[in-house]
Design a protein around this ligand. Structure first.
Ligand SMILES: NC(=O)c1ccc[n+]([C@@H]2O[C@H](COP(=O)([O-])OP(=O)(O)OC[C@H]3O[C@@H](n4cnc5c(N)ncnc54)[C@H](O)[C@@H]3O)[C@@H](O)[C@H]2O)c1
Length: 435
């Protein structure tokens, strides 16, 4: 089937490349000519493991192409996916749907055949109804169906997640929509991936519900870690003991500096706004958002404490290891590193950072931070090291070498990568989370 993906970012590009790999003919569209120019030269606009090879293979096979021209790209496409951004709207936290609705208008203006329009972007309940209204208002005489197909892939593991998903959710209101979506995902049917057909509104709610639940799970274990610190427990032992319960599960029970990234912060906020609009507030998620926001800055204060307090911290040099919100991505959106760096900069701390993939995106967002060329170069002369993102490159640092390079052997490990006893035996002042 010919399929069009409008929006060639983390979701659109990965989904497009994977669907091409399943054998479909894919055209990825973006309104950013620089992005499309790069893709047409075989350069990846984002870092995602395995993506460059997958794109190259499918371009070569003639199944994947890139363009900025929507009207000609959608000619003959059986399914047109909308995978554009839905960031927080400035001022009120609602999802900004202007990009989604803009694409719906563009499609309506040039649709010349029957097609299914699929929202893959994360959108609040009722957005599909509005997309349908926009398409009707465009006056198109063609048969169409608007389907919700939320995406659950994780950056850093996106290709595996798309090709072997826990489930595929398809919210459709008619048989035409369901039939075309069955065809799109037929290779995964054959793989026995569960396909969950729902109403369109349910599908939209599932995506936000899942993200809010995961954000709550992270926030829960973060607060338990704080309690461990005060009460004298070890959060690693506690989390394992809790997670071994099959009803709970061990995933998302890793304490850290607070959730960040391109999804959880904006999606929890948008869900709260939706719930408010429907007069059905989600008080649990309200608390999650509040706790998480204050946590990120609290992590900055933890570093200041490790430096000996506000007075001692001024003028000290601190190394940040890892800037992205998680490893294996270059995505800096809402990364906890931004809040930690801000608190430290405000306290007069000099910051040097190293991140394997995120520095290019990070630099304009953290103009006061000096980017370095390697973990060891970044560490040189530091009064403290803050491990913010658990990249593999930071998991087995040569501690002897680190100790020789730093001015003071202080490590604040916000991901509990290292073992407290070993670090202390190696002569480090070691601060972790909940241990
Ligand atoms: N990033 C993730 O891990 C992830 C996971 C699941 C769901 N989502 C959701 O998927 C959606 C996209 O997220 P993303 O991270 O890929 O965003 P992104 O910002 O990386 O990509 C969005 C792309 O859409 C393009 N775009 C905007 N308006 C356009 C238009 N009118 N025509 C063509 N292209 C246009 C932008 O130029 C950009 O390249 C969001 O709703 C997000 O919440 C993201």
């Amino acid at each position: 089937m010919k399929i069009v993906m409008v929006g060639s970012g983390y979701v659109g590009l990965v989904s497009g490349a994977c669907l091409a790999d399943f054998g479909h003919d894919i055209v990825c569209i973006d309104k950013d000519p620089a992005k499309i120019g790069k893709l047409n030269k075989g350069e990846m606009p984002i870092f995602e493991p395995g993506l460059a090879d997958l794109v190259a293979k499918n371009v070569e096979a003639g199944r994947l192409s890139f363009t900025t021209d929507l009207p000609s790209a959608i000619e003959g496409a059986g399914a047109i996916f909308i995978g554009v951004g839905t960031p927080s709207r400035r001022g009120d936290g609602h999802a900004d749907l202007s990009y989604v609705y803009g694409v719906a208008e563009e499609i309506g203006a040039s649709l010349k055949h029957a097609a299914v329009i699929v929202t893959k972007s994360t959108v609040p309940v009722g957005t599909g109804d509005e997309v349908e209204r926009i398409l009707r208002a465009s006056g198109t005489a063609q048969k169409f169906s608007v389907v919700s197909n939320p995406e659950f892939l994780r950056e850093g593991a996106a290709i595996g997640d798309f090709k072997r998903p826990d489930r595929i959710v398809i919210g459709a209101e008619d048989e035409f929509g369901r039939e075309v979506m069955r065809e799109v995902y037929r290779p995964l049917f054959l793989n026995e991936s569960p396909i969950h057909f729902t109403s369109r509104r349910s599908a939209e709610l599932i995506k936000y519900g899942a993200n809010a639940f995961l954000a709550a799970k992270i926030t829960f274990i973060n607060e338990m870690a704080d309690l461990c610190e005060r009460a004298g427990g070890d959060i690693q032992e506690v989390a394992r003991g809790i997670g071994l319960d099959n009803r709970i599960g061990s995933k998302f029970l890793h304490p850290g500096p607070g959730y960040g990234g391109s999804c959880f912060p904006k999606d929890t906020l948008a869900l709260l706004k939706t719930a408010e609009d429907y007069g059905s507030p989600l008080q649990l998620i309200e608390a999650v958002v509040k706790v998480n926001e204050s946590r990120k800055r609290a992590m900055g204060r933890k570093v200041i404490d490790a430096l000996g307090g506000a007075q001692a911290a001024r003028g000290k040099r601190v190394t940040l290891l890892g800037l992205t919100f998680k490893p294996n991505t270059d995505d800096m959106r809402d990364s906890p590193a931004l809040a930690v760096a801000q608190v430290l900069t405000d306290a007069g701390v000099e910051l040097i950072a190293y991140d394997p993939e995120g520095m290019e995106q990070a630099q304009p967002m953290m103009p006061h931070v000096t980017m370095s060329t390697s973990p060891y170069a970044a560490i040189e002369g530091a009064d403290a090291i803050v491990l913010i993102t658990e990249w593999d490159a930071f998991r087995a640092l040569d501690l002897k070498r680190v100790k020789e390079l730093v001015r003071a052997p202080v490590m604040v490990d916000l991901r509990n990568v290292y073992d407290p006893a070993e670090m202390r035996a190696a002569g480090f002042t070691y601060v972790s989370i909940g241990r």
